[in-house]
Design a protein around this ligand. Structure first.
Ligand SMILES: [Zn+2]
Length: 67
């Protein structure tokens, strides 16, 4: 087994697991992800900060952005 084996859900930003923080389950591009309440606002308001962490984050628009 390698260290990339991720059987334990953890926040995609801070990697804390559910023993440390409540985790919110996300489904995105058929992938199940988890994020903690501390980092959920980043996903909502500034998802581009997740580029490099969340695949496809560069395609997300900010919640307060209107075309
Ligand atoms: Zn987090």
């Amino acid at each position: 087994m390698t260290s990339t084996d991720t059987t334990k859900p953890a926040c995609l930003v801070c990697q804390q697991d559910s023993s440390a923080v409540p985790l919110i389950t996300l489904t995105y591009q058929d992938t199940t992800l988890h994020i903690c309440p501390q980092h959920l606002p980043i996903l909502i308001h500034d998802p581009r900060k997740l580029v490099g962490i969340l695949p496809g984050a560069e395609n997300l628009s900010e919640a307060d952005h209107h075309d």
